[in-house]
Design a protein around this ligand. Sequence first.
Ligand code: GAR
Length: 215
Amino acid sequence: EKSIVVLISGSGSNLQAIIDAIASGQINGRIAAVLSNKEGVFGLERAQKAGIPQIVISHKDFDDRESFDAAMMQSIDAHNPDLIVLAGFMRILTPEFVRHYQGRMFNIHPSLLPKYKGLHTHQRALEAGDKQHGCTVHFVTEELDGGPLAIQAPIDILATDCADSLQQRIHRSEHQIYPLAVEWFCADRLTLPVSGTVQLDGDNLPPEGYQFTQE
Ligand code: GAR
């Protein structure tokens, strides 16, 4: 059973999807702790309800990113996690932090990466007139929203869509692909070898309609 630490900054609906997938037996793992850089966010309540230890480390209590990240690392490593899951964690991480968890840290991003790194992805996809949008789980590397892709879920953009409606549908997709990537990792089926290429071991395929991407 793998030990997971989840980092959040907000509502934690992706955290909830992973909690549920552990409860249902889909994921062979346990969440050792949930860390938030913001007090009072709903994701912390979700952790509490699930009986998961909560850690709050506010970035505002630190002078710079280096000391904030060092404090997080110390607190995370006390739990000896096999996997770090960024689930709506909205702080940019230092190269030291990223290197420390190389090959064992996932992020989820609301776009079809490498398109639309950064913020306001739904608005940008609409303004570009894209026919499709989506979400991506990827291994975290030093490049912001870069890193080898683990799984992507595309959705069609409808003529009636606005940023809010896209966000809602993307969220639903996220809640399916994030538990799936975590499931694979916990089963030792998804690894980032030193060469930087994602490998999916075995004959498992994403659910119908999902696109599995190897970089
Ligand atoms: C998710 O949509 C995730 O893709 C996005 O934040 C949301 C968190 O929702 N992440 C980013 O934008 C990262 N740059 P949640 O707190 O309900 O899981």
